[in-house]
Design a protein around this ligand. Sequence first.
Ligand code: URA
Length: 235
Amino acid sequence: MRLNKFLSSCGIASRRKCDEIILSGAVTVNGKVAKELGITVNEKKDKVFYEGKQLFLPSSFVYIKLNKPKGYTCSAKDEKGRKTIYDLVKTEERLFSIGRLDYETEGLIILTNDGDFANKVAHPKYSIEKEYHVTIEGPIKESELAVLRKGVVVDGQRMPSARVEFLSSDEKYTKLSVVIDEGMNRQVRRMFEAIGKSIRLLKRVRIGKVKLGGVKRGDFRDLTDEELNSLVRAE
Ligand code: URA
C-alpha cells in the first residue's frame, strides 16, 4: 500500500495532505525518515511512525456529524490556544474533518478516520452541495441577490455562482439560504463582503443529502447508513 494511503487510512488527513506531511519529513518507516512520495509499505510488517506514535490501520471506520458552535476552530491544534472541535468530539480513534468551517461559523461538520471516503467527499470532481443559512443585517435588494447568484468578483477573481434564496426577514435582519458546491476559503463571507453586507450569523445546514437536523449545538452523532451511502454514491 502506498504510504500516503496508509497514513490517510489511519486517519491522519486526506491523501493529498498526507503527501505534504511525508515531504515535511514527519514520517518514519522502520526507523528511517520517509521523505519521498510513492513509497509503499507492507501494512502488516512495516513500522510507520508519525509524531512519535506508531500507526495502525483502524479496525473499523467512524463517521460522525457534529454541530460546531461558533468559537471553535477545526484545526487539531490551535496556535492561539483556542478551543477546537476535538475538545467536543472525544473518540478513541483519531479523526479529521472533511473540509472546515471558520472560527465564527457554526453548523454541520463531518468527521471520519476513513481517508478514502474523505478524499471522495472533498474532491471538487464530485461537487457535493453545501447549504448555508446566512443572516445579514438589514434588507437585501433583488439586484444584489442577482449579483450573488451570478458570482461576485473578489480581488479580480469571479467567485463561483451560487443558489441564493430568500428565507425570512424582520425589521433588523434578513435570512437567506446559500448553496455552493465549491469550498473556497471563506467563500460565503467573501461573497457578502463583496456586496457590502455584514453577516450576523453563518451556519452550515447541509452537505449533500446530510442535514444538520436535530443535532444540538456542540453535540455529535454517527451518520446513519443512509446518510453515509448518500455521500458515497454522490458520483
Ligand atoms: N464560507 C465561509 O465564509 N465560511 C465558512 O466557514 C464556510 C463557508
